[in-house]
Design a protein around this ligand. Structure first.
Ligand SMILES: Nc1ncnc2c1ncn2[C@@H]1O[C@H](COP(=O)(O)OP(=O)(O)OP(=O)(O)O)[C@@H](O)[C@H]1O
Ligand SMILES: [Mg+2]
Length: 231
């Protein structure tokens, strides 16, 4: 289980997150929602070890990992699929998969996303946006992650590709993988989610079970009428 306890964090003096507490119990899906700039990416960066919090603790399976480096957290099964396309554009698909994985990673990635199998020798930067996102996601598989954090992985993709990605996430969940999911498609995120957390200007505005809130409630009460709406 991942616990973020009373996290305060920011960039060069500007505090972004204030006193945020969030839990991802084993085998559950937590949707992290909130308007643009509310601190969702910052929170994932703190959890992955890419940004040190100025206050609070990150706890993994009961151990304080606040000072552990990103690769040490990866070794404990924490995987971040970052915002944007999380691939090495100058390397081929095969080389990307080798970087992400040990042993059976390439086979598993191709099994999850067969289109990658036809493009193993293509340079990743020339893949379509959807194919690049599939490659980025396949690292969750290749790394044998127990907790996968996904930062808007469906951003800018065609509905058919989004459905393929969600089907892949559902497979991860069925295997017992936990997800911390930042997603603009609120309705789709709620379909998968056991728990929902809403950030508003760096503070936790809501935390509870997914079915306590409807999509309309979330949009109206927390996101100012629509995802991405200006405050
Ligand atoms: N590297 C950085 N240096 C300085 N400020 C930053 C940096 N990264 C983010 N910020 C600021 O921190 C705040 C939170 O940004 P963050 O990216 O966490 O928001 P977000 O909820 O992920 O937004 P979005 O929905 O647009 O992705 C914003 O005001 C942003 O400008
Ligand atoms: Mg973000």
């Amino acid at each position: 289980m991942l616990q973020l306890e009373r996290i305060t964090a920011g960039y060069s003096g500007a505090t972004v997150l204030r006193d945020v507490t969030l839990r991802v119990p084993d085998g559950t899906v937590v949707a992290l929602l909130g308007p643009n700039g509310s601190g969702k990416t910052t929170l994932l960066r703190v959890a992955a070890g890419l940004l040190d919090p100025s206050g609070g603790r990150v706890v993994l399976d009961g151990d304080d990992v606040t000072t552990l480096a990103p690769h040490q957290r990866r070794a404990r099964g924490v995987c971040l699929v970052p915002e944007g396309r999380g691939v090495f554009p100058a390397l081929t698909v095969r080389e990307n998969l080798r970087v992400f994985s040990r042993g059976a990673g390439i086979d598993r990635a191709v099994e999850a996303f067969p289109v990658l199998g036809q493009r193993l020798d293509q340079v990743a930067g020339t893949l379509s946006g959807g194919e690049q996102q599939m490659l980025a996601l396949s690292r969750a598989y290749a790394e044998d992650a127990r907790l996968v954090m996904l930062d808007e992985v469906s951003m800018g993709l065609a509905p058919k590709v989004v459905d393929e990605i969600l089907a892949f996430l559902a497979r991860l969940v069925a295997q017992g993988t936990s997800l911390l999911l930042v997603e603009q498609y609120v309705a789709k995120a709620l379909e998968l989610a056991d728990y929902v957390c809403v950030l508003d200007r760096g503070r936790l505005a809501f935390a509870g079970e997914g079915d306590e809130l409807s999509v309309d409630d979330i949009l109206a009460s927390y996101l100012g009428g629509g995802v991405g709406a200006t405050r």
